[in-house]
Write a protein that binds this ligand. Structure first.
Ligand code: ATR
Length: 248
């Protein structure tokens, strides 16, 4: 049976196996999809071993997406923008290819499942970690009026501003700034900031981290998984049966 997996640390909470198995059933496939826990120093050998023993495709999650980017021989344009990959497979010559489906997953969740067009919207992103790297390119491609990034650590935001067309807010304003009005706020930190930042102008406050199927981040997870599934199997699964769990 074809083998797939998601690798990360921690990994036991990951819902990717259930999501990919739902897609497999839907499209008439039989496959294995397991969770792989890796210590930081074991990441590269584990990935190599997975593919050397016949593994077909690997999803990469926290905290290994940037390491995975450095490991692959070739990558997509969107992975190059993010400098992070979450989807790996082997090319016919045996080398590894990496793609990043996080950003398109977020954009599809907002635009299709929530029915919100991001064109001309003002967007505030909280945080400047690996997840933000993955989503900035696809968000900018939707032609928002402006993307502002607010983060605790100045250096990370400055680095992002060199690579992407964003405006930055520095740490001291992070929690308190309600001076500017944003249509969309996307929280990419683990800190619960909704009550500090939502104003009457906020059309959408989106938490990308998830704990439960009712969380926004679950919607993004399902959509990024669907994109990975399509890259691996050449079939686009229907995400609606999983998305309805969220709005129940
Ligand atoms: P991810 O892959 O989810 O992006 P990450 O790379 O560890 O994870 O990034 C987490 C983000 O949340 C970072 O931007 C981090 O801020 P710093 O860049 O200053 O480290 C932010 N974050 C984490 N804990 C935070 C806290 N207690 N207060 C404010 N920001 C926090």
């Amino acid at each position: 049976m074809d083998r797939y997996a998601v690798i990360g640390n921690p990994i036991e909470h990951s819902l990717s196996p259930e999501i990919h198995q739902t897609f497999a059933k839907q499209t008439g496939r039989l496959m294995d999809y397991v969770r792989l826990l890796s210590a930081p120093e074991q990441f590269i050998p584990k990935v190599r071993e997975f593919f050397a023993s016949g593994g077909k495709g690997l999803n990469v999650t926290y905290p290994f997406k940037q390491q995975a980017f450095l490991l692959v021989a070739k990558y997509s344009e969107r992975a190059a923008q993010a400098k992070a990959v979450n989807t790996l497979w082997r090319l016919p010559n045996g080398s590894l290819y990496g793609d990043n489906t996080d950003g398109i997953g977020l954009v599809r969740d907002i635009s299709i499942n929530r029915g919100m067009c991001l064109k001309n919207k003002t967007i505030l992103i909280l945080g400047a970690g690996g997840a933000v790297r993955g989503i900035l390119g696809p968000l900018l491609a939707e032609l928002p009026a402006q993307i502002t990034v607010a983060n605790r650590t100045l250096e990370k935001t400055q680095q992002l501003a060199q690579e992407f067309a964003i405006k930055i807010i520095l740490g001291p304003n992070f929690f308190g700034s309600r001076d500017e009005k944003y249509d969309v706020i996307i929280n990419c930190t683990p800190v619960p900031l909704r009550n500090h930042l939502v104003t009457s102008a906020t059309e959408l406050f989106y938490e990308i981290n998830y704990q439960h199927v009712h969380d926004d981040g679950f919607g993004m997870l399902v959509e990024q998984a669907a994109e990975s599934f399509w890259l691996w199997h050449g079939v686009r699964p229907n995400t609606v049966p999983l998305q309805v769990l969220r709005f129940k």
